[in-house]
Design a protein around this ligand. Structure first.
Ligand code: SF4
Length: 427
């Protein structure tokens, strides 16, 4: 093995892979078997974040950064004058095993530019995973990128070796995709997602009848959207997201702020990065849709097409809908408790448990560990004083911002870590 050349390839192909943020690993139950290598069942694997919150975990590389396409937003596009490289299948297998044995990584995230055609590329990605599982007995986490346009047979095989599969939608709207990636069409993303969804359902139902049926993509499928490259509003982005969650049972949608990398009239100019705060707000909204029972139209609509930057989306919704407040914490159902700004689902369950034994007042709520600095304006309990009184939305917002001023910046910098921790957030 030529180590210098391998080192050079790693530099090129790991650098090219860093723009893909869809690599958090969770939900897989693959355990170590036959005295093999690795165990992805413990999870918590390979989650590290750069300062700007991007995931840089796993051995995260491209198989190649050669590509026949020319998507304007992508550093790997064929017209970009950059150093190119490609790994051989065995090289990726050896690197994964060697890094794993040295405890550098706990799994592999493998993506690729498209060389020759979709099937040729997908076949090689699958071959890496197959070799790792069958020849190296590797039971660690494998996340494979699905190449848009790959055949059904290859998608089927990919899910038998990988824990998670993902196809990146990249651009949230069809109009934006046409503008920035005219060679691609939305159908090429939809088809593999549909396939993966159906295979997961089919394998699960077969497993109920025949125990030896393998598990197909146990950590499900995810996707990534680039935010800010093609001018979509937050509403357009989140509507697309909600539709994909619903139609394809996605585990996660990742939002990646576009980093301007080229001079192109179709794209934002260099130096106009999307603020990390916009990504954070989208993740918070995503969380509200998946765990707090919100419908996307409640948070984003014609009157409110973009998320507020100074307050989180749940607080924003509550201030626009004061008619639903105050919520009586001793009587309200789970759905309404979850809508109180500042209360996470853990707090909701704490309230529901505690009120079985007594009527709760402010002291009780503090004693069970609730943070009331925001919530107190939106709820009543078995105490006389009620913080909302006749205050307007603007007054409540002012008071909350004033109170949280000192904590503000600290909260934001911690937020991304929380988003991937699988813990319900307090929003
Ligand atoms: S097909 Fe993928 S790798 Fe190739 S230019 Fe487009 S986004 Fe980049």
């Amino acid at each position: 093995m030529n180590f210098e050349r391998i080192k050079e390839k790693i530099n090129i192909l790991a650098d090219a892979a860093k723009y893909d943020v869809s690599c958090s690993s969770s939900g897989s139950k693959r355990t170590n078997k036959n005295k093999g290598i690795g165990d992805s069942s413990g999870m918590g694997i390979c989650h590290t974040y750069t300062e700007d919150g991007r995931c840089v975990s796993l051995l995260k590389i491209l198989l190649t950064n050669h590509c026949i396409f020319d998507c304007a937003y992508c550093v790997t596009r064929k017209s970009n004058d950059i150093k190119r490289a490609a790994f051989k299948i065995q090289e990726v297998v050896d690197l994964t095993i060697n890094f794993y044995r040295r405890n550098y990584i706990e799994g592999l995230f493998l993506s690729s530019g498209i060389f020759k055609n979709a099937d040729y590329t997908m076949e090689r990605l699958v071959a890496v995973a197959k070799k790792l599982r069958e020849e190296e007995n590797f039971n660690g986490y494998i996340h494979l990128k699905s190449i848009p346009g790959a055949s059904d047979e290859l998608m089927r095989e990919a899910g038998l070796y990988a824990d998670r599969l993902s196809v990146n939608i990249e651009i949230p709207s069809v109009k934006g995709l046409k503008l920035l990636a005219p060679d691609k069409n939305r159908e090429d993303f939809i088809k593999p997602m549909e396939k993966v969804k159906n295979e997961i359902i089919q394998y699960k139902s077969e497993k109920k009848l025949i125990k030896s049926t393998p598990i197909y993509a146990p950590a499900g499928q995810s996707t990534q959207m680039i935010v800010g490259a093609s001018g979509e509003t937050d509403a357009e982005i989140m509507y697309t997201s909600a539709q994909f969650y619903k139609n394809f049972n996605l585990k996660r949608v990742y939002y990646s702020g576009y980093i301007p990398i080229s001079y192109d009239d179709r794209l934002p100019s260099i130096g106009t990065e999307v603020p990390v705060l916009r990504e954070n707000r989208l993740y918070q909204t995503d969380w509200l849709l998946r765990f707090y029972g919100f419908d996307v139209r409640e948070i984003l609509n014609k009157e409110h097409p973009n998320l507020d930057t100074d307050i989180d989306p749940k607080l924003s919704w509550a201030l626009r809908n004061l008619q639903y407040f105050p919520v009586d914490v001793n009587k309200a159902d789970k759905r309404m408790l979850a809508r109180i700004p500042g209360l996470g689902m853990k707090s909701v369950y704490k309230i529901m448990n505690a009120r079985k034994f007594r009527k709760l007042n402010w002291e009780h709520l503090s004693a069970i560990g609730l943070a009331l600095n925001r919530a107190k304006y939106f709820m009543v309990c078995d105490s006389r004083n009620f913080e909302t009184k006749d205050r307007t939305a603007a007054q409540i917002k002012g008071l909350i911002l004033q109170e949280s001023k000192s904590k503000f910046s600290k909260t934001y910098s911690n937020q991304l870590n929380l988003f991937d921790s699988n813990l319900p957030l307090t929003i």
